[in-house]
Design a protein around this ligand. Structure first.
Ligand SMILES: NC(=O)c1ccc[n+]([C@@H]2O[C@H](COP(=O)([O-])OP(=O)(O)OC[C@H]3O[C@@H](n4cnc5c(N)ncnc54)[C@H](O)[C@@H]3O)[C@@H](O)[C@H]2O)c1
Length: 257
């Protein structure tokens, strides 16, 4: 009996660095997973994981900024599995620009993807959870960058602080339906995201920036996706029955000092 046995779980950003590990760990624990992403090769990337858990993983190509795509994620879960128990709002867009150079387009992207899409998808999922009689777990992927200020990341930081607050506010609204809502706030994690953030730097600056990023964590290194997803798995499961409205850092001590 897995820790998420037969729970129907939606994982957005499911073909990304943390998302793929979440699909794998959730399915390993007996979940029925709907994984979604906007990546062109997303389905291909998730296929080897899906093959290990026959009948347990469905993939949906979706842009979370499009309401119709969010509705498709929900309807796919219902068509394949008949209910929804867990939502992991894991999709994320990163903007790393000096404050005065951040464009309105970048601001719209980062707030639209990270905050607005998380709210709208949560609304669609919560409506279904209430229809089922209540109960469920929602986890948002925030960031240490939503707790402390990271240089050149004002818009991203504001969006991730928004996501953290969304967990608290939704927990308050949804307690009467026995729906728990929590957020994880990772430090730098070794996925495509931090590499993309640094791709415009020259090799020497990039090496120095990477070293500084590692040194900012008390552990002197950045984290691995598994180290975040172990926490997400716990929050998704009934083991976390008294966890609600929490924003939990998983950052090798980055925000502790
Ligand atoms: N990697 C880090 O250092 C770090 C640190 C703190 C928080 N986070 C957060 O963790 C989450 C997972 O990121 P990751 O580290 O796996 O990086 P990642 O870039 O590998 O994954 C993010 C995923 O979100 C998807 N996405 C972006 N825009 C989308 C859209 N419009 N529609 C659908 N999907 C979209 C991307 O395609 C990607 O697969 C994100 O919310 C990110 O902000 C990451």
């Amino acid at each position: 009996m897995g820790r998420l046995q037969d729970k129907v779980c939606i994982i957005t950003g499911g073909a990304g660095g943390q998302g793929k590990v979440a699909v794998d760990f959730f399915a390993r624990e007996g979940a029925k997973v709907v994984a979604s992403d906007i990546l062109e090769k997303g389905e291909q990337d998730v296929a080897p994981i899906a093959a290990r858990y026959p009948g347990q993983v469905v993939y949906v190509h979706a842009d979370v900024t499009r309401r119709a795509d969010l509705e498709t994620i929900v309807s796919t879960a219902l068509e394949h599995y008949g209910r929804i128990d867990v939502l992991f709002n894991n999709h994320g867009a990163m903007v790393g620009s000096p404050f005065l150079e951040t464009t309105e387009e970048e601001i719209d992207t980062v707030l639209g993807v990270n905050v607005k899409a998380s709210i709208v998808l949560s609304q669609l999922v919560v409506a279904q959870m209430v229809k089922q009689g209540g109960g469920g777990s929602i986890i948002h992927n925030s960031s240490a960058g939503g707790v402390v200020g990271f240089r050149d990341m004002a818009a991203y930081g504001a969006s991730k602080a928004g996501v953290a607050q969304l967990a608290r506010s939704m927990a308050s609204d949804l307690a009467e339906h026995k729906i728990r809502v929590n957020a994880v706030a990772p430090g730098a994690i070794d996925t495509p995201m931090p590499h993309k953030f640094m791709e415009k730097l020259d090799a020497e600056t990039k090496a120095a920036a990477w070293k500084a990023m590692e040194a900012g964590h008390l552990h002197g290194r950045i984290g691995q996706p598994e180290e975040v997803i172990n926490l997400v798995l716990f929050l998704a499961s009934d083991e976390a029955s008294f966890m609600n409205g929490a924003v939990i850092t998983v950052d090798g001590g980055y925000t502790a000092v």
